[in-house]
Design a protein around this ligand. Sequence first.
Ligand SMILES: [Fe+2]
Ligand SMILES: [Fe+2]
Length: 352
Amino acid sequence: MQIVYDGAMTDQLDFSEAELLATASIEQPLFASGKRCHGGFDQVGNYVSPRTEHRWRAIRNWQDEHRRQSGNEILDAPLSQWPAQFPSVAQTKYLLREGVTQPTAASLTRIGTVEGFGGLIRDVGVEDLQSHFADSIAHTALAHLDRGLFEAHARDEVGHGEEAGHKEMWFATRDIAFDRSFGDDEVAQMIQRMGFAPAAGGATPAPVRLCPEIEPGLEGMLRFMIGLMFIEVSAFHTFAWAEAVLRDRDLVAGDGTAADLVSYIRADETPHVAYLQTALTEVRDRSLRTTSGAAIDGVVIVDRIWAHALNESLGSRRELQLAATVHEIEFAVKDLVRGEEILQQFNALATV
Ligand SMILES: [Fe+2]
Ligand SMILES: [Fe+2]
């Protein structure tokens, strides 16, 4: 599809990196477990996500401009495509009532660890992105990936300077909920049990190419963006689960502050999903350059990667995560006198 910029721009479409990284003025900074986190509260006490002074406006403007220029809607990955959280809120609360806290602590540790991987997005950008397109990418989210969008995303996930990001905020959530800090060794063991240990021998094999028509770096960037977007969308089930469990003041410590912290992280996630959807839509509705100098419709490339990533997210990756979670629950009860009975009760709640 040929997109011609017609110069009828009325809203701002070009933003500096400084603008996309700017945080609106904050009256009260956010602290969790004594640690300064990103974001904070405005004059009336509403939570303000970090680096959103201009980012939301920018994303909306790029979306509006894309609809106007192409007539096409922004891609969506509906949450309903992903199954609900396991274990359920009822199952998790049952374990907590029985004093079995380890699986929930491990789940919160796993989420924080996965959030940390999101920081890798600042490394996947390709140089001179325009050279990979037959159509112009001026005045788009695509043109801003390496000019603030990837960096803002990475900072939100792993923190920046003195401010903690989501990785540490999830760990703080866990520490508040269970009223203790978890040592590095304990965390390392949890992560290993949950399947995040480095592969033996260090190196992981390079993924099989899905789109040999285009440069490997561009394919890598698009695969990372789509894979991360699916993690971000499916995580909204996890947020709902965590908020419901951590809101229960009889079962977890912190008087609801752990659940509040999760709600702030959830608010920070929405621009991540939105800019990834926007940039991928922009790719989909443009022509890409192949390695031989020909052109290929972006829709062919994006849809191929999308289908592959969705299959992985709903299939093999979910299977691995379920197996690790079941293993963690069995590990937590195996030495308990009532361990077998607790496991039976837990499983009986599966359909509730
Ligand atoms: Fe995050
Ligand atoms: Fe995120």
